[in-house]
Design a protein around this ligand. Sequence first.
Ligand SMILES: Cc1ncc(COP(=O)(O)O)c(C=O)c1O
Length: 387
Amino acid sequence: MKLARRIENLPPYLFVEISKKIAEKQAKGEDVISLAIGDPDIPTPSHIIERLCRASEDPKNHRYPESGGLPEFRRAISKWYQKRFGVALDPDKEVLPLIGSKEGIGHIALCFIDPGDTALVPDPAYPVYSISTMFAGGLPHCMPLIQENEFLPDLTAIPKDIARKAKVIWINYPNNPTSAVADLKFFEGVVAFAKRHSIAVCHDGPYTEVAFDGYRPVSFLQAEGSREVGVEFHSLSKSYNMTGWRVGMAVGNPAMIDALKRVKSNLDSGIPQALQHAAIEALTGPQDCISEHNTIYQRRRDRLLQALNQIGIQAKPPRASLYIWAKVPKGYTSVEFATLLLDEVGVVVIPGVSYGKHGEGYIRLSLTVPDKRLEEAIDRLKAWRRR
Ligand SMILES: Cc1ncc(COP(=O)(O)O)c(C=O)c1O
């Protein structure tokens, strides 16, 4: 058997060594606390589950869904965008439900990338932007996200010949892994850049609802002219603690939405309908859960930052997202430091370099750990300093 080159050429998964170590420790019965994955520990709100249960009993929902989603779900997405961001979307042309946003982020590369084409991709970043580019035969060109630029890409630093041939630019705010945020001025700069070079913009915004200290992140689609050049990916995963149910959406430019719909209709059969009804409930039902969850995450953020501070690890308080992006102490690489924390105190964090070479020098800590476990992790981290 010979695997395709696209599989053989996949970059090594840098977290693999740590995953192996976690498994070894757990096999020995050691208690490992993971601050690694951004997967909300708080259950999906009960009104959403109740709607899912009711919908799953209806035989209409036992059949193949349409890959374009239920019209009433598309309308619910459109209404949510209007209410939350003041953005009016045509539910039939500018909205496409996804089987989780990761699915659409992966598939949209097939709409824009031919073999040899370039996509502008941030570094560090959620890995799917560059992996999907490579699966389509394209080449990711990295846009460094560095602290001096507040983890925003410097569009003026992109070489002219690269900008001229790039087909897509990927951006993501509130950002994973750096937790940086962007304002409308930045998004408008991206729109101008995209127009100048005829590039499609893919903005990934699943964390707009996870924000602290009263801050309300903006949508890329609020930027003037954004719809002429781009789409936004969003998700119910982080807003409503629904990572397990797999519901997301792409919204924006009708030609891009149509291209993605054409790819998807050839590859999948959409979101199970009962889940679409649950998603309608999430978007149109009571929204108190969002601020309730944010209060919990904000408390955890403050507790963890305080502990990191006490042991001499620097991190800026995130205004949004589920993550703390902290500097590793001098003298360690991010993998060395993450391995050391695992070995010495049984706490798992993600080495920044797992998200790209510009993530070196950082670790990412997730706030999606139940309070009691987080307090235990905090005690362990504080104890580490005393050794
Ligand atoms: C930046 C970013 N985009 C997209 C996703 C995918 O989310 P989902 O597929 O659950 O909608 C994640 C998940 O962690 C993420 O961090």
